[in-house]
Design a protein around this ligand. Structure first.
Ligand code: PLP
Length: 406
């Protein structure tokens, strides 16, 4: 038979978090090594469980979940999502503005397929969660990366965004709280981003999947509440992180702002939703219960809580390594440390990660995998318990000490 090749569409699409570095880790596992995988924000392997009420709700509803649902999602989940945003100040939204998807991932891809035409430029943060860049490329758009400023707690550089806006710019992507940096944007910053979208007539796409994972005095601000009725705002969130339920594949999209101007796009989005039938129905049933009632995430994010203590431990220990600096994460599940190029002159950070993996059996992800501009960062997932994380950072420190010794 002839050689079957991947489509040309995929030529420039990358998703390094599960790319060649994972293939290398699996090779080592096949040789009998135990690898500590700190490359993916998957809560379950680190002993986190979805809240009992969420699990019970899914089990209870399994018999009623055998058929396809409405392609935009079951009514109770969509109402719960609409109520959630209404209670956060977004009064002009209703059940008809909500789409439920197989995680935020599916909805990001569907939305981009529905409104990006060849050559449309989409502004994406650098560093980013790389699905955004990959999905824009796959949709035929051009990702344009704007700088988040490490010396300013990784806040987005609004002047850089403005400088990169052209006549082809179609949308502005914001990830808040941010993966991989752990930044949480102030009200003034969120308002600044909304204002940019307003002044340049851009669609605002806001990924808020970590909205409830906040440390110390960090507060989350929904961009949509400032976008009011004059900026089309597409807000993405779901159960994967705050409800420790990545595998249930339950995410949502909330459409707000001047929806009457977006009727054609929404018709296209509905077409795509129809073509994939519906999201996983058992996962959809968990949404109403998750959003209502007691939020067990609160036990994890305060002092003594695992998410908080682990993030702070990793952050503190990383900063103790010579030539390593890490901005304190204010939310989410990651540290994104910098390796001083004067001490660690890394040219290929993916190779650095593979060398670290081979030497210490720890898998992290290289910074350029998040579309960061220089090969001088890596991302560490802060999900293991404090003892395991302490050992892991210790092993990274001893590897780096060997690198320094030449
Ligand atoms: N957005 C961000 C910023 C993420 O970090 C992730 C997963 O790590 C996702 C979206 C994907 O979420 P989901 O599991 O809902 O597809």
């Amino acid at each position: 038979m002839r050689l079957i090749k991947q489509s040309k569409k995929l030529q420039d699409v990358r998703y390094d978090v599960r790319g060649p570095i994972l293939v290398e880790a699996e090779k080592l596992e096949a040789q009998g090594h135990r690898i500590l995988k700190l490359n993916i924000g998957n809560t379950a392997p680190f002993g986190f469980e979805a809240p009992d009420a969420v699990l019970r709700d899914m089990i209870h509803n399994l018999p009623q979940s055998q058929g396809y649902s409405d392609s935009r999602g079951i009514y109770s989940a969509r109402t719960a999502v609409a109520h959630y945003y209404q209670s956060h100040g977004l009064t002009d939204v209703g059940v008809e503005d909500v789409f439920i998807g197989n995680g935020v991932s599916e909805l990001i891809s569907m939305v981009l397929q529905a409104f990006v035409d060849d050559g449309n430029e989409i502004l994406i943060p650098a560093p980013d969660y790389p699905l955004w860049t990959g999905a824009v490329t796959l949709a035929g758009g051009t990702p344009v990366h704007y700088r988040c400023d490490e010396s300013d707690d990784w806040n987005p550089d609004l002047a850089d965004i403005e400088a990169k806006i052209t006549g082809n710019t179609h949308a502005l992507v914001v990830i808040n709280p941010n993966n991989p940096t752990g930044a949480v944007y102030s009200e003034a910053t969120v308002r600044g981003l909304v204002d940019l979208a307003r002044r340049h007539d851009l669609v605002l796409m806001v990924d808020e999947i970590y909205e409830k994972i906040l440390f110390e005095d960090a507060e989350h601000h929904h961009a949509a509440t400032f976008a009011a009725d004059d900026v089309l705002c597409l807000t993405f969130s779901g159960l994967s992180k705050a409800y420790r339920a990545c595998g249930y594949r339950a995410g949502w999209l909330m459409v707000s702002g001047p929806k009457h101007l977006a009727a054609d796009f929404l018709e296209g989005l509905t077409l795509l939703a129809n073509m994939r039938m519906c999201a996983n129905v058992p996962g959809q049933h968990a949404i109403q219960t998750a959003l209502g009632g007691y939020q067990s995430i609160n036990e994890l994010i305060g002092p003594g809580g695992r998410f908080y203590e682990q993030s702070m431990t990793a952050w503190r220990l990383l900063n103790e390594i010579p030539g390593v600096s890490c901005v304190k994460p204010r939310g989410a599940l990651y540290c994104f440390p910098r390796l001083d190029p004067a001490i660690y002159p890394i040219e290929d950070d993916q190779q650095f990660v593979i060398d670290l993996l081979r030497a210490e059996k720890i898998l992290v992800t290289h910074g350029t995998g998040f579309n960061w501009f220089e090969p001088d960062h890596f991302r560490l997932v802060t999900l293991p318990d404090v003892d395991v994380l302490t050992e892991a950072v210790g092993r990274i420190a001893s590897y780096l000490s060997a690198v320094r010794a030449g």
